[in-house]
Design a protein around this ligand. Structure first.
Ligand code: UDP
Length: 239
């Protein structure tokens, strides 16, 4: 018999870098295809899935600001970068015959439909993947915060933070051979230890809303599926 998912509705946060593969910037075709296969495997389990994707593979507001641009302007460029990634991701999902919709926090009506919460909820109920583009729509925020915000808005049971490492470790696993992975850790403990799960605004929002976060590896094959089945994969940050 098919295994039952442990969650009904989830919000997946992907960084822009996750699309780069080994390239220096932009979107790597093989990488996005592989990621989409992982994503579809959980959609096929009957999980309602929303995605927030970053833009760091194309543009980062902080770097633009540091290089002498007005920070807010640079951040809007960053948000536009997330729109490009969102379109690419939804296109790649749609090509594999899974319906996907992009909704943008800033209006670019000719390109993408605007974020309207009831509409997003409707799509999710219909089994469509919803990709939330343009972050929160505000400068000085990040797509991590957009993930926490949209996750709370849609009543997701879990925010999935995809990283290159398969969870949160007691020390840097690249430098310290004794580093161990936390299977679970509370919001309070993560804060005391300053583990930097998500940026401070995103973390505070999830903590306030008692919205658990799962940190897991997007490059480890099958990890996303194991997370959805409730297995001991990655690190669960809980209330
Ligand atoms: N951004 C923003 N407001 C948001 C989300 C994103 O201003 O609500 C901008 C910000 O400049 C950021 C860029 O978009 O650097 C890309 O997002 P992020 O850095 O979160 O992408 P990731 O690191 O996940 O690829």
């Amino acid at each position: 018999p098919q295994q039952q998912p442990a969650y009904r509705r989830i919000l997946l946060k992907l960084s822009g870098e996750a699309l780069m593969g080994d390239d220096a910037f932009g979107i790597n075709r093989e990488t996005i295809e592989r990621m989409v296969d992982e994503i579809i495997s959980v959609v096929n389990m009957g999980v309602e899935l929303a995605i927030v994707i970053g833009g760091g593979n194309i543009f980062r507001g902080m770097a633009g600001g540091a290089a002498g641009m007005d920070r807010a302007t640079a951040d809007y460029m960053g948000m536009l970068a997330t729109v490009m990634n969102s379109l690419a991701l939804a296109d790649a999902i749609g090509r594999k015959n899974v319906p996907a919709r992009v909704m943008s926090a800033i209006s670019i009506d000719q390109v993408v439909e605007p974020y309207v919460r009831p509409k997003a909820l409707q799509y999710l109920e219909e089994g469509k993947v919803v990709v939330f583009a343009a972050g929160t729509g505000n400068p000085f925020f990040t797509t991590d915060t957009a993930a926490a915000l949209r996750g709370a808005e849609i009543g997701a049971q879990l925010v999935l933070k995809a990283t290159k490492v398969d969870g949160v470790y007691s020390a840097d696993p690249m430098k310290d051979p004794n580093a161990t992975r936390y299977s679970r850790i509370s919001f309070d403990e993560a804060m005391v230890q300053n583990l930097g799960i998500m940026d401070a605004t995103a973390f505070a929002l999830c903590r306030d809303q008692k919205l658990p976060i799962k940190v897991f590896s997007i490059v480890k094959p099958g990890a996303l599926q194991r997370v959805i089945l409730g297995e001991d994969e990655g690190t669960l940050v809980h209330a």
